[in-house]
Design a protein around this ligand. Structure first.
Ligand code: FMN
Length: 370
């Protein structure tokens, strides 16, 4: 890249150059052979757009809502852990960027800034807490209660991580948090991932998850969470229609179709490919969101055309943070917004509600007879 970045890949190229290798590897990696990592992005190309012409797109409105909260565009920031490795201000910079752009931010349980610090950094921002269910239910409950007190507007409970997926580079690098950082939502050194423990020949984070996160979690635990808070709850990490129905039965207000940025189970489908069946399964009872592989405006439009209410970005935001903290994160969000605006205009949509299923079809794939 020479000069100003013009697409998400340019920001990533810059980040790769300046970040310590183990940090870049942590942010970039997918699980195992990273087949799903590549497919999350590639799958968008298998869906083709069928634009409508001559619809007067001189005036447009990109705004929408998520769980009843108005946002300026259907692109929000998903939970990515440990953002202070990307920029000194970490999650606080992300919060300021999201506030400035009028969109929402999902804060990771494993943030390097606390729930309260983030809310204070950008006090009129819109926040949701991503929740891991810890073996210690008092710890889990206190995260939810703190989010409520700090004015967060929802809980995204991650359902795809009883154990951490195996990311080869993190194993090779024996990934740990740099010693000056800790997971700020926790007071004990063990839960803050800052004990300086020797995790042997493993990714430190994988060992942390095995120790702290509850692998016995079941649908009943979602019911438990439902009883704990009146905040909207979204199940993050659903890839099957039957699981989506089960989530609705257990009282969630939304489904986030996600494969955790391809970091958990390799070999699962790209999220855009399973979105239609999940939208169909929930029959409009709850909002459906998507993350995974969103890198440009047409990706956003395709997800909305297939029924997502909004999308979340993971890595692209990190690359923006590395580039220039709040300003870099804002740039990435602004770029996606402008790309999405153009995609809407060129498909003849003035408002987000006009993006519908007729705009998109799966590419015809020729299957040869064996
Ligand atoms: C570096 C990194 C850290 C992540 N941390 C978390 C996390 O703490 N909790 C969680 O539920 N998902 C986490 N995710 C998954 C994201 O929330 C999201 O599902 C994924 O990044 C979307 O894919 P994308 O990166 O292709 O946009 C993480 C993803 C990345 C890349």
């Amino acid at each position: 890249m020479s000069g100003k970045p013009v697409c998400v890949a340019d920001y990533e190229e810059y980040a790769k150059k300046v970040l310590p290798k183990s940090v870049y590897d942590y942010y970039q990696s997918g699980a195992d052979d990273q087949e799903t990592l590549a497919d999350n992005v590639a799958a968008f190309s298998r869906w083709k757009l069928y634009p409508r012409m001559l619809r007067d797109v001189s005036v447009m409105d990109l705004s929408t809502s998520v769980l009843g909260q108005k946002i300026s565009m259907p692109v929000c920031v998903g939970a990515t852990a440990m953002q202070r490795m990307a920029h000194v201000e970490g999650e606080m910079a992300t919060a300021k960027a999201c506030q400035a752009m009028g969109t929402g931010m999902m804060l990771s349980s494993w943030a390097t800034s606390s729930i309260e610090e983030v809310a204070e950094a950008a006090p009129t921002g819109l926040y949701w807490l991503q929740l891991y269910i810890y073996k210690d239910r008092e710890v889990t409950k206190s995260l939810v209660k703190r989010a409520e007190r700090a004015g967060y507007k929802g809980i995204f409970v991650t359902v795809d991580t009883p154990f951490l997926g195996r990311r080869f580079d993190d194993v090779r690098n024996k990934f740990q948090l740099p010693p000056h950082l800790r997971l700020k939502n926790f007071s004990s050194d063990d839960l803050a991932f800052s004990s300086g423990k020797d995790f042997g020949e493993n990714s430190g984070l994988a060992a942390y998850v095995a120790e702290a996160i509850d692998a016995s979690v079941k649908w009943e635990d979602v019911k438990w969470l439902r009883g704990l808070t009146s905040l909207p709850i979204v199940a993050k990490g659903i890839l099957r229609a039957d699981d989506a129905k089960e989530a609705v039965k257990n009282g969630v207000n939304g489904i986030l179709v996600s494969n955790h940025g391809a970091r958990q189970l390799d070999g699962v489908p790209a999220t855009i490919d399973v979105l239609p069946e999940i939208v169909e399964a929930v029959e409009g009872k709850v909002e459906v969101f998507l993350d995974g592989g969103i890198r440009k405006g047409t990706d956003v439009l395709k997800a909305l055309a297939l029924g997502a209410k909004a999308v979340f970005i993971g890595r692209p935001l990190i690359w923006g943070l590395v580039y220039q903290g709040t300003e870099g994160a804002k740039e990435v969000l602004q770029m996606l917004k402008e790309e999405f605006r153009l995609a809407m205009a060129l498909t003849g949509c003035r408002r987000v509600e006009e993006i519908d299923r007729t705009l998109i079809r799966r590419d015809q794939v020729l299957v040869s007879k064996i």
